[in-house]
Design a protein around this ligand. Structure first.
Ligand SMILES: Cc1ncc(COP(=O)(O)O)c(C=O)c1O
Length: 265
């Protein structure tokens, strides 16, 4: 569905230079491009707390580890998503509680969430699908009423914006306590392998997420908490840094194609 070859050929010079520069530096793990890309991504989605990781599935798992959920806790998510959203909940010994989707948007049906909330519910995970945001205003309202976290799965929605009724707009992934995204090659912003990121809502959480994604350490060989090995490769960060400059153009073009189909069909 995404013509990755022609996408690459159009920016080949820039991409090849970026890759070559990493090869020359040999800083394959946590080279400078990782931090540079995280910063640029933060400016793009308008949040200072960006933590990159190895893929969008890990991003969800790390989010749930950072929020200290326990086996048996329940997490509400839409039935219609990629398996990763439910998979990580089960992997951490928790219970995925599925809610049907709205037939127009295919996003979680807000009218069906409340009856699935129990004493064990800890979070709602809206999955913003096909570049559209779930009904965040209502979801955030419900979550605050029941004291639940909102973790946004924005793997398919990087660049999408949500407008609140007070006219404030926020990027997908930056409205809940944590947002996650994926840089799988066919995603809105895709790398040349696996990659992912989290958006945290404050510095303390960002710090904890950063530690979990890197074996629970802040200082090398000082492993303060249980973590995982989930770092974004420097090569992928270098590629993403280049492609981030084109992501709006890719989205515009995809919208043009969609409009053409709408018109002709
Ligand atoms: C909605 C959704 N969540 C999570 C993921 C997992 O991302 P990744 O493939 O980078 O692990 C994907 C993508 O495949 C996805 O579409």
């Amino acid at each position: 569905m995404v013509d990755l070859r022609s996408q690459y050929l159009r920016i080949k010079g820039e991409i090849d230079d970026a890759i070559q520069s990493v090869l020359t530096s040999t800083a394959f793990i946590q080279g400078k491009e990782v931090g540079e890309f995280a910063k640029a991504l933060g400016s793009y989605v308008d949040t200072p707390y960006v933590i990159t990781c190895a893929n969008g599935t890990d991003a969800l798992q790390i989010a749930m580890m950072a929020l200290d959920y326990k086996p048996g806790d329940e997490i509400i998510l839409p039935v219609h998503t990629y398996v990763a959203t439910a998979e990580v909940i089960a992997l951490l010994g928790m219970k995925p509680v599925f809610v049907d989707v709205d037939e127009k948007t295919f996003n979680i049906d807000i009218t069906r969430i409340e009856k699935k909330i129990t004493k064990r519910t800890v979070a709602i995970v809206p999955v913003h699908l096909y570049g559209q945001c779930a009904d965040m205003e209502q979801i955030l309202g419900l979550a605050s009423e029941y004291n639940l976290h909102v973790i946004e799965d924005a793997a398919q929605a990087l660049g999408a914006k949500y407008s609140f009724t007070n006219k404030k707009t926020r990027h997908a992934g930056t409205m809940g306590i944590i947002g996650t995204t994926s840089f799988f090659p066919s995603k809105n912003l895709g790398c040349y392998g696996d990659g992912g990121a989290l958006f945290a809502s404050d510095e303390n959480l960002a710090e904890k997420i950063r530690m979990i994604a890197n074996h629970g350490q802040k200082v090398k060989y000082h492993h303060d908490i249980i973590g995982v090995n989930s770092r974004l490769d420097t090569l992928q960060a270098a590629i993403l840094k280049v492609k981030l400059n084109y992501v709006d153009e890719y989205t515009r073009k995809r919208n043009d194609v969609a409009a053409y189909y709408d018109d002709k069909l």
